[in-house]
Each structure stands twice: as C-alpha cells, then as structure tokens.
Design a protein around this ligand. Structure first.
Ligand SMILES: [Zn+2]
Length: 140
C-alpha cells in the first residue's frame, strides 16, 4: 500500500517496513523482537503490517536501540533514498550531533501542538543524560 507524503500513514508505513528489514537482518523473528523489548507480539506485527498501528516516539526509540539502528535509518524511505531532508539536532550538554529526518520531526511537532506544547520536539541524547535540540530552528 502506498501513502502520500502528506498523509501521516506514510511515515508509519516507512518505519514499519524498516523495522521489519532490520529485524530480519538480525535474524530475529517477530516473537524474538517482542520478547527482547517486552512488547506484545500483536503490537510488533501491527507495526510491521501494511495496516500499521500508531506508536509513540518512546516505542520507536526503544526499537531503534534494541535493533542497534539509528532512529534516522528507521525513517529512510528505501524507495526514495535521496528524497529525505534532515534537521541537525545537538545535545545541550555534550554537543553530540544527530540528524533527524524532517518527516519525523514534523509528525511529532503536530502531536506536540495537539498537546498544547509550542516547543519543537526534543530527543534524549544517546551519549549522556542531555537533551537533543534543533541546532538551528530556522531550518524548519
Ligand atoms: Zn549528550
């Protein structure tokens, strides 16, 4: 199933395919991934199916950590590899930089707005306890 980029289903579909790809690269079954991450099998199979289910940034983060794959990699559209824009995020404590796909940022920005939070989404630093923030908010 193909989704238009304006449709938020698009990013769930891309991420679901990537989770499946990287899970298989590790030689893991859906059962194994569910067990490792302590989520239900139906949740994992839901994420990977074309009738994807929604999931939180926290869940996506945990999956990226347990698969050992950058969050950004999970958001790459394999069918359009050169079509992705990234925003540079920098840790306010240690200065670590990480590129985040703009599709994902925009998606979470929408959720933040619905929740009444006007700030841009931030992420946990992979290197320290700091917070990754957009290095240049004007890029948005
Ligand atoms: Zn840091």
């Amino acid at each position: 199933m193909e989704f238009k980029k304006e449709d938020e289903n698009y990013i769930y579909s891309v991420i679901g395919k990537n989770i499946k790809k990287y899970r298989k690269l590790k030689g893991w079954t859906q059962e194994k991934l569910a067990e490792e991450i302590n989520y239900s099998l139906s949740f994992i199979s839901g994420i990977e199916s074309e009738y994807h289910q929604t999931f939180s940034l926290g869940a996506l983060w945990r999956i990226s950590q347990i698969l050992g794959v950058d969050l950004a990699k999970l958001c790459e559209d394999a069918s359009k590899p050169h079509n992705i824009k990234y925003i540079t995020y920098r840790c306010s404590s240690c200065g670590l930089e990480n590129k985040m796909p703009i599709e994902v940022i925009k998606h979470y920005e929408e959720i933040y707005k619905i929740a009444g939070n006007k700030n841009l989404p931030t992420f946990n630093c992979t290197n320290c306890d700091g917070e990754l923030k957009p290095a240049n908010p004007m890029e948005f």
